[in-house]
Design a protein around this ligand. Sequence first.
Ligand SMILES: [Zn+2]
Length: 295
Amino acid sequence: MIYAVAVPAPPVLAVVVEPSRLAAALVGPDGTMHVRDRVTMPSRDVWRALDRLVRRVNAAARESVPPFSAVGVSCVGPVDEQAGTVSPPYVPGWNSFPLREHLEELTERLVIIATAGAAAVEAERLVGEAMTTPSFVLLIADATLDSACMVDGVRFSGAHGNFGSLAHITVDMDGLPCWCGARGCLEPYLSSIALEAEMNRPLRRANPSIVERAGIMLGRAIASACATIDIDTVFVTGGVIDAFGDQLLDVARRELLTRTRLPNLAGISVIEPVEHINPLLRAASLVLSSSATNR
Ligand SMILES: [Zn+2]
């Protein structure tokens, strides 16, 4: 007699790099988070902290979970997917840091690195509100600004992996200084780090004029993006969207209407997804999503 033994499907190691923290988890193919852990972003030796975190997560799972099959990394942009390097703002010493090489050496597995925006696009398409939306832009306004897009069901990478990034498009010619060194990028109007530094107070105590300004700049950016890539659905999410609420989106939609007059640009939807998908699940989606293999 032959007994069929169910072999549990291997999980994915998900890694998240944000300005304030590093996080890692083992995520099953069905999205189950088996083990997860995080550390506050250290002021130096960031790789050593991430190395220890990954080893800790792996050790904690050893008894109960099969070995992971691949690694999905969500890192605030910009990234260079071809070189496997990352340059996240506010992460000490990580300027063109060879993260893929380090993780490949540590894990001996395939490592897929993408921006936080790209990871969120994959997740929203896989398990979120974009499951039936083949073409859309997704923008995360959090500590920093990150975005990416999917076109006809495919997430393009571009030359370096930053396709669909709206953070550093110019929305105001003589506008606010950006961490990148330029002026008038969208980033400082919608990043909580930039806004709190400018206001010297927490986001939730922002003056209505700051919220209005953010909405105008967001509307301008969406108008440019939709006119360029012929997309009519924009998802916006993140802590800044939560804090500024409906006023921000109302202003953005109003601004959008004044800047999109062509018939093909009528009816652009700006949608705030109801569910916030965990950033670790977003990172895992880079491996779990079938579109990841189409690139
Ligand atoms: Zn910039």
